[in-house]
Design a protein around this ligand. Structure first.
Ligand code: NAP
Length: 308
């Protein structure tokens, strides 16, 4: 059985950053990824808010660079799906994948998650071309234009309110006539002159020619179908965390985010969580990188203490 000081679950920004630091600390490191190195970065067209790139940077290009850098310092990278982990006794842990079983002295969980999709025609075609899942990342592209936000939870109202600092008007489209969001966010949104609501409507299709130009809506009360023009559509209908494989072994919140402290330590010794999977993550690239580094350093300190 292959044995490592650190096994990192997930090869997104948090996992790759963690791997860069653990390998440079001379810890033997395995990074396991099952979809594509870079994670959410890989599926982001242009990233404008990552320091050091005043012109923005293409997500796929940055993903390749991050992967290369982590590999260069000696991380073993495998394309395998993690099925489960087991704590055998401190510090021995096992990681079961679709291909093998590996032994680790520490585990860094950086499996992230993904924004829930509406799964309507045009959503994929116009992703990054008007359809977005991140106002902080993409709001700037729509300065002084009219945009829509889909959803009725905290994220929709929070991000919709954020967008009003940039755009001319935000229309929040919600499938019911009552919001799920907390009362304070509701009050703030209702009082904001740049926000209006379309109740009991759903998006049936994203329409355009190369870029998003309009959305086709259905009024759920009358079944009427009609289109409204929009430059941008921000979808906030929930976030799916990739933590089901933990099977309750590491404490998670009701959304599957893992509880971790400022050192990225979970309640289990030698097991860390970082990036989008962590409770209270801002789900930003810079934050994921910082989380990954913190987890790597915490894991280094833990192993150093064990060995002395
Ligand atoms: P959420 O609370 O699950 O809300 C999802 C919203 O999307 C709901 O209003 C839901 O409608 C709607 N929705 C779901 N599927 C849909 C579909 N297929 N078509 C149309 N609408 C759909 O998710 P969230 O807003 O992402 O929040 C997740 C967690 O993060 C929550 O705990 C939230 O408190 C937290 N969060 C907090 C803040 C903050 O406090 N500032 C900001 C962001 C997130 P229904 O209401 O009809 O189900």
């Amino acid at each position: 059985m292959e044995q490592y000081d650190v096994i990192i679950l997930g090869g997104g920004a948090a996992g790759l950053s963690a791997g860069l630091y653990t390998t440079r600390a001379m810890l033997s490191t395995l990074v396991l990824e099952s979809v594509g190195y870079g994670g959410q970065v890989l599926v982001t067209d242009i990233i404008e808010n990552y320091p050091g790139f005043p012109e923005g940077v293409k997500g796929p290009a940055l993903s390749i660079l991050m992967e290369e850098q982590t590999r260069k310092f000696g991380a073993v990278m495998k394309f395998e799906e993690v099925i489960s982990i087991e704590q055998i006794g401190e510090p021995i842990k096992l990681v079961n994948t679709s291909e093998a079983i590996y032994q680790a002295r520490t585990i860094i969980i950086a499996t992230g998650g993904s924004h829930r999709k509406l799964q309507v025609p045009g959503e994929e075609e116009f992703a990054g071309k008007g359809v977005s899942y991140c106002a902080v990342c993409d709001g700037n592209f729509f300065r002084n234009q009219k945009v829509i936000v889909i959803g009725g939870g905290d994220a929709a109202l929070d991000e919709g309110t954020y967008l009003t600092g940039l755009v001319e008007q935000v229309t929040i489209i919600h499938r019911r006539d009552e919001l799920r969001a907390s009362k304070i966010l509701q009050q703030r949104a209702f009082a904001n002159p740049k926000i209006d609501f379309m109740w009991s409507h759903v998006v049936e299709e994203f329409e355009g020619n190369g870029i998003l130009e309009s959305v086709k809506l259905r009024n759920l009360k009358t079944s009427e179908l009609f289109s409204i023009p929009t430059a941008g559509a921000f979808i906030y209908i929930g976030f799916d965390s990739n933590s089901a494989f933990l099977n309750g072994q590491v404490p998670v919140d009701e959304f599957g985010h893992i509880y971790a402290n400022g050192q990225m330590e979970t309640s289990l010794p030698g097991i860390y969580a970082c990036g989008d999977i962590r409770v209270a993550s801002d789900k930003q690239l810079g934050g994921a990188v910082g989380d990954g580094i913190t987890a790597a350093l915490a894991s280094y300190r833990y192993l150093t203490e064990l060995d002395t």
